[in-house]
Ligand binder design. Structure first.
Ligand SMILES: *Cc1c(COP(=O)(O)O)cnc(C)c1O
Length: 334
């Protein structure tokens, strides 16, 4: 069923559509993680993308598909933050009106940054579903065009361009660790990576509580999960009971899904800061967290996607300080 949903040709077309509007981010080897795991570990520094996350790839590709008439009507999205931010930025650079709906669970720093990018903000309800209802109302009543955060062919193709870059920079890649929420990122990357390197595994990583895709895979169909607060706030939210694309693609293409505790996510953030000198948000830290926790069974080279950096800096500081206490009981690293 998922065979033809989004193809490698769609992803290659997306790459042309977004060229020059989206950064090609670096891949660097992590000496610390490679030594620790015993196989080469590479980091895709996508948190350095404009707007601070990969979501700009999908949003930019989706806007490139709109007709002139659609561009004049404007776009709307319900977003936990990074998609809204990316859509606001991409719309502003094309001179398109953007309205972003989000729940009260979204951290204040993300809300402020989206409004600074020129989008109109609607804060509504306390779940992603409430925000989604409002976005749908704006489509019905005001004629805006919905640009969903993950369950859309153009979004998936845009995120898939990241997979093309990984295989170009690391042609013999054997495993890719991808943060997994709605599955737009994982679907696009898995399609691209497996088209170019059939031997590579693609492994999704989510938080232990509130992982809607994992629960849906286990149930064999999209299901609802209760939303909970997590350090990986960008991984919150459901996958949609009427999911059209990502559930099927993830089910077909992902080799495994790994779940992490909050402490393991914090360990990923702290490692990235202390040893890689990178500030990343919780959702972006799950790949490193999974490796450090010994939860990854894969051959190397392994590529880890650092998907975003939009973390509240006070929260980041608390995580780093707590880690310092733990560190003093461990031997010094080389
Ligand atoms: C959206 C997001 C994810 C998850 O992407 P999905 O396509 O919803 O699976 C991971 N990391 C960050 C930083 C994000 O913003």
């Amino acid at each position: 069923m998922a065979m033809n949903l989004v193809t490698i040709a769609d992803i290659e077309k997306a790459r042309e559509a977004i060229a020059g509007k989206v950064a090609r981010t670096p891949m660097v080897q992590s000496v610390m993680l490679s030594d620790r795991i015993g196989v080469p570990v590479w980091l895709k520094l996508e948190h350095r993308q404009n707007t601070g996350s990969f979501k700009l790839r999908g949003a930019t590709n989706a806007l490139s598909q709109l007709s002139q008439a659609e561009k004049q009507r404007g776009v709307v999205a319900a977003s936990t933050g990074n998609h809204g931010r990316a859509l606001a930025y991409a719309a502003q650079s094309e001179g398109i009106r953007a309205v972003i709906c989000m729940s009260r669970l979204v951290p204040k720093n993300k809300v402020d940054e989206i409004s600074r990018l020129g989008a109109e903000i609607r804060i509504i309800g306390k779940s992603q579903d409430d925000a989604q209802d409002e976005a749908e109302r704006l489509v019905r009543d005001d004629g805006l065009i919905m640009v969903p955060p993950f369950d859309n062919a153009h979004i998936i193709a845009g995120q898939g361009t990241l997979g093309l870059e990984i295989v170009e920079d690391l042609p013999d890649v054997r495993a890719v660790l991808v943060p997994l929420s709605g599955g737009g990122l994982a679907s696009g990357i898995a399609r691209a990576v497996k088209a170019k390197q059939a031997n590579a595994k693609v492994i999704g990583v989510s938080m232990q509580i509130g992982a809607a895709m994992h629960a849906s895979l286990a149930a064999g169909r999209p299901v609802l999960v209760e939303e909970t607060e997590s350090l990986a706030d960008s991984l919150g939210g459901g996958i949609g009971l009427d999911n059209q694309f990502t559930f099927w693609m993830v089910r077909e293409l992902l080799d495994e899904v790994i779940l992490l505790t909050e402490q393991e996510i914090a360990d990923g953030i702290a490692h990235a800061y202390r040893y890689e000198r990178e500030v990343i948000e919780g959702a972006a830290a799950v790949g490193i967290g999974a490796l450090l926790a010994g939860k990854v069974q894969a051959e190397g080279p392994i590529a880890i996607i650092l998907s975003g950096r939009n973390i509240d800096m006070d929260q980041h500081k608390r995580i780093i300080s707590a880690d310092k206490a733990a560190e003093s009981t461990e031997p010094c690293p080389a």
